[in-house]
Design a protein around this ligand. Structure first.
Ligand SMILES: [Zn+2]
Length: 403
């Protein structure tokens, strides 16, 4: 069995390397944004989508043109990869998996990828990695990289630079442990399992929300681009990074435990995007209760349901298990005892009481049981063969804390 895995390390760059990484990240962002602008213009003019090959030809012209000569200083493969990223963003949008691609802003997920393994040299004994146009970079060698290097991504987060090395290796197939379980995703409880256990909500954002609001207000009072403004801005970025770290740790722990103890996990096929849409409503039918709903949506996004599902998917695969996504039809309104479907079965957010047979249970547990049932039904139809990797995504990234 082939396993794809990423190993992430903090880089210890020289001043010159830092300046270059900033420039290359900027160049890749520029290429992405310019291609997106072109794609939009092209669409408005009524023309067909510009494929990667044609877009890459434009990139060559931009690099050789007189308007943006500095593009030529950046390594070419990461620039091309930025165009591939855009194409992937469009594909996800067309497949309704993601919102329309957005322009990238400086300081928001600055990164670039070297997609060609032949150009990367890894010297683990000396804790250094060679990347085109950057040379040998030192990194904190916290654990060994396993497998054959496929690509490397350089990224920045709150002032620090990281490299994520993606590898491929052959591992022994594993027999999965444990049985089948259904999961209901929620707000009051992050995830409820059909066996009755549950994960507490993740309030990482709420906890830091006040601090973030204060920091944002402080920044708005400073003169733009002054030293104090820059300090305030750095503080905001730090809070964002803290939120991200807390969320990642939480999700990794939760998905590791669940995937190690179950062979098959059934989960609702929720589309977060649709939920956001329903809150705002349309021009003719403005969303009712927009405020409460957008609060809910924020909580949904905050808790990273998609990330939870993505991690579950690959970790189950690692452990020889499977993830089954089921349509969320009536999972919260169907009685698990008698099968009666009614909105009245759910009297409150937390309580389920069947109006037909009187069956009573926590509403989230009922949801999870129904998800499990739907999963069983899919299994009976031979779903497993193709369900494996329904969400084709980046391979797993194991952080240092995880390892
Ligand atoms: Zn009933």
């Amino acid at each position: 069995m082939q396993r794809l895995q990423a190993f992430k390390y903090e880089l210890q760059p020289t001043g010159e390397q830092q300046r270059n990484m900033r420039r290359y990240a900027g160049a890749c962002r520029f290429a992405f944004n310019k291609a997106l602008a072109l794609q939009k213009e092209n669409h408005e003019a009524g023309n067909k989508f510009i494929g990667y090959v044609a877009m890459a030809k434009n990139l060559t012209a931009w690099r050789n043109g007189s308007e943006t000569p500095w593009l030529k200083d950046a390594p070419v493969h990461p620039l091309q990869h930025a165009l591939k990223d855009l194409e992937k963003a469009y594909k996800n949008f067309f497949a309704k998996r993601a919102a329309f691609p957005r322009f990238k802003k400086k300081g928001q997920g600055d990164s670039f990828r070297y997609p060609d393994a032949k150009q990367i040299k890894l010297d683990q004994a000396n804790g250094r990695i060679f990347l085109p146009k950057l040379g040998w970079l030192r990194y904190r060698h916290s654990r060994d990289v396993l497998g054959e290097v496929r690509n490397a991504t350089v990224s920045q987060s709150s002032g620090k630079w990281f490299v994520s090395i993606q590898t491929q290796r052959e591992v022994e197939p594993i027999m999965p442990k444990g049985g089948i379980v259904g999961i209901d995703m929620g707000i009051a409880r992050f995830a409820t399992l059909s066996n009755g256990s549950f994960l507490a909500p993740l309030h990482s954002f709420k906890r830091h929300e006040t601090a973030l609001r204060h920091a944002q207000r402080a920044m708005s009072r400073k003169t733009k681009f002054s030293n104090n403004w820059k300090k305030a801005k750095a503080r905001i970025q730090k809070i964002h990074a803290r939120i991200g770290n807390a969320r990642r740790d939480y999700l990794h722990k939760a998905t590791t435990t669940i995937s190690q103890n179950h062979a098959i996990v059934c989960i609702e096929d929720l589309q977060v995007r649709n939920m956001s849409k329903s809150a705002a409503g349309t021009a003719e039918h403005p969303g009712r209760n927009v405020r409460a709903k957008s609060g809910l949506n924020k909580a949904v996004l905050d808790q990273g349901w998609f990330e939870f599902r993505r991690q579950l998917d690959y970790k189950l695969t690692w452990n020889g298990g499977h993830l089954i996504a089921v349509p969320p039809r009536n999972t919260s309104r169907t009685c698990p005892a008698c099968g009666h479907v009614s909105a009245e079965n759910r009297q409150t957010q937390a309580r389920f009481e069947c109006v037909a047979c009187g069956f009573e249970e926590n509403a989230d547990v009922v949801g999870a049981i129904n998800v499990l049932r739907a999963g069983h039904a899919r299994l009976a139809c031979g779903e497993l063969a193709q369900s494996g990797r329904s969400m084709k995504q980046e391979p797993a990234e194991v952080s240092q804390a995880q390892a």
